[in-house]
Design a binder for this molecule. Structure first.
Ligand code: MN
Length: 234
């Protein structure tokens, strides 16, 4: 064994690639990018004061290292109004540009459930000032997620309940059938704007019932029959 450090081309240590565990596998899923869909359930669009009509979906991003797995959620700084948003997420094993809807599912690696935590007060301020949502959405640990369930274990997304409980009380309760833009439609639309690739994660939007959390709250959320997570706000 050679104990000498090879000369590195990197001026600093390269960042570690964030990964997620895969249900039933020793391998892990390396994360390339995280995209999120805005307003993809009519009832949530209405509660946020928007028209529930089927406008084209819009997207924002979190950072790959914003995912949080198997840990409690640390209440973030600069906000007094941090909201949960339970969402189905999709992971890709391949990608491309201008993917047709009827080919989109061929690119799916697997699914999971996660929370798109939002500093709602910072997001509201950004909206008012016409600024980007980055400070409201892409903060540290803002995406607690389950392990990834491979697509072959999920024969269908039809009639799958998605819900979130806070301290044992149901706060969000809907069904994936209520997605305004379906998973293949989301992938197809997103691929018109960005070149998708293996390692990408897409949060598909949240149903109605978003609300704030406090330190000490216990959250449990699931897409029934696919994945669930539980954690505390600390
Ligand atoms: Mn969201």
């Amino acid at each position: 064994m050679n104990n000498k450090n090879p000369v590195s081309i990197y001026a600093i240590s390269p960042p570690v690639i964030p990964t997620l565990p895969i249900d039933g596998s020793e391998q892990v899923f390396p994360i390339r990018r995280i995209y999120c869909v805005g307003r993809n359930y009519a009832a949530h669009a209405i509660e946020m004061g928007h028209d529930p009509d089927r406008e084209f979906p819009f997207f924002f991003q979190k950072n790959p290292d914003n995912v949080l797995y198997g840990k409690d959620f640390p209440y973030p700084p600069l906000s007094k109004d941090v909201h949960f948003e339970v969402e189905l997420f999709v992971t890709l094993k391949s990608g491309g540009s201008d993917i047709p809807v009827d080919e989109a599912m061929n690119h799916v690696f697997g699914y999971g459930v996660g929370v798109d935590f939002t500093r709602r007060d910072l997001q509201a301020q950004a909206k008012k000032q016409g600024r980007p949502w980055t400070s409201g959405k892409a903060f540290e640990a803002s995406a607690p997620v389950s392990a990834i369930v491979p697509a072959e274990k999920v024969p269908s997304l039809a009639k799958k309940r998605i819900f979130l409980e806070k301290n044992g009380e149901v706060q969000q309760d809907s069904d994936l059938d209520h997605l305004i833009w379906t998973v293949p439609e989301v992938i197809s639309e997103l691929s018109k704007q960005f070149e998708l690739a293996a390692g990408d994660i897409i949060f598909t939007g949240t149903p109605a019932g978003v609300n704030s959390v406090e330190v000490g709250d216990r959250l449990h959320c699931a897409v029934e029959g696919i994945a669930e997570i539980s954690f505390s706000v600390v």
